[in-house]
Design a protein around this ligand. Structure first.
Ligand code: GDP
Length: 202
C-alpha cells in the first residue's frame, strides 16, 4: 500500500449490520482504521478535521448520538471506521448492551481491521471500556494508537501529568495528542497512521 495522503474522503454507509469488506479497483481488500472511544471524547470532530470535511461525521451537541458504524473511503486506499461511542450514562441498559455488542462484533469478525485508534479526552481518566479496547488490540496483535483529544484544553504540565497517569492504566506504545484547533495535529496523525499501517517500516 502506498502512503495515503488523505486528500479525498467519501462517506460510504452507516450501519450496524455485518457487511463484506471494501475492495479497491484491483480487487484488493482495503484496510480499515477503526476509531473508538467514550461518547463526547471528540471523535466526530477529529474525523471531520482529519478528513477535511465539514459535518461528515456528526458532531453531537448531545453526547451519545453516534449510533451506528460509519464507513468512509479515503483516497481509495483505506477505510476510516467510526465506531459508536461507549459509556453514555443516560442511555438505557439495553442500548448500552447493543452498543458494546456491535463494537465487539466488529472487532471479532472484521478481518479487514488493520489498526485501532483509541481516543481519550486529555482531561479524563481511562474507563474500563478503554482498558478493554487496549487488551483486545494487544491480544489480537492489532496496531493500536492512543490519541489524547482536546489537547488545547490543558497546559503542558497538566497534559504531561494526565498522560503519564493514563499510560499506567493503558500501556500503549504509540500515542499522540490532538486538537482540532491545531493544524499540525492532522498531519501528525496522517504520518502516524501511515507508519503503523506499513508495519513501522518507514
Ligand atoms: P463525540 O461524541 O466523541 O463524537 O464528540 P464530538 O466530536 O461531538 O465532541 C464533543 C465536544 O467536544 C464538542 O463540544 C466539541 O466541540 C468538543 N471538542 C472536540 N474536539 C475538541 C478539541 O480538539 N478541542 C476542544 N477545545 N474541544 C473539542
Amino acid at each position: 500500500m502506498k502512503k495515503c495522503s488523505f486528500t479525498e474522503a467519501r462517506f460510504l454507509l452507516s450501519t450496524l449490520d455485518e457487511i463484506p469488506p471494501f475492495y479497491d479497483k484491483d480487487k484488493k481488500v482495503l484496510p480499515e482504521v477503526a476509531l473508538v472511544g467514550r461518547s463526547n471524547v471528540g471523535k466526530s470532530s477529529l474525523i471531520n478535521h482529519l478528513l477535511h470535511r465539514k459535518k461528515l461525521a456528526k458532531v453531537s451537541a448531545k453526547p451519545g448520538k453516534t449510533q451506528t458504524i460509519n464507513y468512509f473511503n479515503v483516497d481509495n486506499q483505506l477505510i476510516i471506521v467510526d465506531l459508536p461511542g461507549y459509556g453514555y450514562a443516560a442511555r438505557s441498559q439495553d442500548m448500552q448492551l447493543l452498543w458494546s455488542a456491535s463494537i465487539d462484533n466488529y472487532f471479532q469478525k472484521r478481518s479487514s481491521l488493520s489498526m485501532i485508534v483509541l481516543l481519550l479526552d486529555s482531561r479524563r481518566e481511562p474507563t474500563k471500556e478503554d482498558q478493554a479496547v487496549v487488551e483486545w488490540a494487544q491480544h489480537h496483535k492489532k496496531p493500536l494508537l492512543l490519541i489524547f483529544t482536546k489537547s488545547d484544553t490543558l497546559g503542558e504540565r497538566e497534559r504531561k501529568i494526565n498522560l503519564e497517569k493514563a499510560l499506567h492504566l493503558l500501556p500503549v506504545e504509540h500515542t499522540l495528542s490532538y486538537s482540532v484547533k491545531d493544524p499540525r495535529s492532522r498531519q501528525n496523525l496522517i504520518t502516524t497512521i501511515n507508519k503503523l499501517l506499513h508495519g513501522l517500516a518507514q
